[in-house]
Design a protein around this ligand. Structure first.
Ligand code: BES
Ligand code: ZN
Ligand code: ZN
Length: 470
């Protein structure tokens, strides 16, 4: 499926179908839309109506805001993929909506067919976005950027969706190496011996019962004169069975997605390098599989983390924070970053707190949280801030070690997990760090907005928007 921006009047482009986005007001005001109303079309958001005789597809929108266009474009592309039409054209309404259109089409039209022996054949091959404006070049560069970002989001989704028998810490490292090769990134991978030398005992403990060796992956994108240095850290649990604190059968299904933070970080560095941004990016990934076995780490174990802080394990299913504790420590000692973000499907509690669509944002810097919230809403991602407080911190007290890996109370679990990570953030980095809990937003079994079944690529669009504005 090819998507192109064409510098022409829409009337001068020949295709099978013309698409228009219509509000209910436009529908009732114009006589030419009478047939649509007669067919029962009310221009409700995300509804569609084909007029096959005239090769016309109407897509309902509440208003022409980017978020509505993105979501309607996703409905549009799904309908067109089911049809026999081969080419379609639509007019670009404004500069602001170019990205929304591209994202709606690419992300809404995304399918993961690697394991389908007979994937559906799609007739649609060409989508033309028409714009005849003086600032065509400006719009074209926005269009090209959006294609890179949407494709990077699909790249992230592909990895998230890959089955755990295929994607384990070792194959994850190979995949990162491949990305480094194609995108000319520096790549350093630490194997278990090197992790031992680094005293990364918390991370090593989590992966100990797996037949696959844990890996720490460090990719670097280094432009000539970077304005800033950003570290991105990702939780890469290629499978989270819960370990000896085994998950219930129903909760274990979908836990291949516990690597979504790591996959997002790969998508971000891929996009940043393709956009040729003037920002140095370091991606750190802890790739680990949390399994059971005779040598598994146990509730009651005390781990000495890389930073020296001792951790009482009270639940082996709270493994992400153990991996991140060591990776965050390593990242801070390896790179003096201006800003550090971590991404993790860290807690079910975050999904309870914010619902399944919203990424939880935690950290100390109000400015950073404000900037990120702006980037998120401009890119069409949902975020919500979850505030730290010193009282919740007391829930992490351990009688036997410096800190417990689980809270003593069943409340505020997303925040206590964030505050656990905070324990491993250096003093001078406190105001330069944010933690993103993507447990709800990274994966979906029911389509919403421009997301389809599976990985959503949460984080990628938001961080690309943030990095573009540095
Ligand atoms: N990977 C899970 C969190 C998760 C849950 C992600 C649901 C996506 C959807 C994490 O490792 C986990 O199991 N967390 C526990 C923590 C608890 C044991 C303190 C949880 O949320 O139940
Ligand atoms: Zn877990
Ligand atoms: Zn997990």
């Amino acid at each position: 499926m090819k998507i192109q921006l064409v510098n022409k009047n829409i009337e001068d482009i020949k295709t099978d179908v013309l698409v228009e986005f219509l509000t209910s007001d436009e529908l009732s005001e114009h006589e030419k839309f009478k047939t649509l109303s007669q067919a029962g079309f009310k221009a409700e958001q995300d509804s569609i109506c084909f007029l096959h005789e005239s090769g016309f597809l109407a897509c309902g929108v509440e208003s022409k805001k980017s978020d509505n266009i993105r979501s309607a474009a996703a409905s549009m592309i799904k309908a067109l993929k089911e049809s026999n039409y081969e080419s379609v054209k639509l007019g670009v309404i404004s500069k602001r909506t170019v990205s929304a259109l591209v994202e709606g089409i690419i992300l809404g039209g995304y399918e993961f067919n690697d394991y389908k022996s007979k994937p559906k054949k799609i007739k649609l091959t060409e989508i033309s976005l028409a714009i005849n404006a003086l600032n065509f070049e400006e719009i074209e560069s926005l269009f090209n950027e959006s294609i890179i970002i949407a494709n990077a989001t699909c790249y992230t989704r592909d990895i998230v969706n890959t089955a755990p028998q295929e994607l384990n810490p070792e194959t994850f490292a190979l995949l990162a190496k491949k990305l480094a090769n194609t995108n000319e990134l520096e790549c350093n991978i630490l194997d278990e011996d090197e992790l031992k030398e680094e005293n990364m005992n918390a991370m090593l403990a989590v992966g100990r019962a797996s037949i696959h060796k844990s890996k720490l992956i460090h990719l670097t994108y280094k432009p000539a004169n970077p304005k800033k240095i950003i570290s991105l850290v990702g939780k890469g649990l290629t499978y989270d069975s819960g370990g000896l604190s085994l998950k219930a059968a129903a909760s274990m299904v979908t836990m291949k997605m516990d690597k979504a933070g790591a996959c997002a970080v790969l998508g971000m560095i891929k996009a940043a390098s393709e956009l040729k941004l003037d920002v140095e990016i370091h991606a750190f990934i802890g790739a680990v599989e949390n399994m059971i076995g005779g040598n598994a780490y146990k509730p009651d174990d005390v781990l000495v983390s890389r930073s020296g802080t001792t951790i009482e394990v009270r639940n082996t299913d709270a493994e992400g924070r153990l991996v991140l504790a060591d990776v965050l420590s390593y990242a801070q000692d390896t790179v003096k970053a201006d800003t550090m973000f971590d991404f993790a499907t860290l807690t079910g509690a975050c999904v309870v707190a914010l619902g399944p669509f919203t990424t939880g944002v935690m950290g100390h810097s109000h400015k950073l949280k404000h900037d990120i919230s702006k980037s998120a809403s401009e890119s069409g991602e949902l975020t919500g801030s979850l505030p730290f407080n010193k009282h919740l911190k007391t829930f992490l007290k351990s009688e036997i070690a410096d800190i417990s890996n689980t809270s003593s109370k069943p409340y505020g679990g997303a925040i206590t997990a964030g505050m656990f990570l905070d324990e491993f953030i250096h003093k001078d980095m406190k105001n330069k760090w944010l933690h993103f809990d993507i447990a709800g937003s990274a994966y979906t079994e029911t389509p919403w907005d421009c997301n389809v079944y599976g990985g959503t690529g949460a984080g990628v669009r938001m961080i690309c928007e943030y990095l573009k504005n540095i």
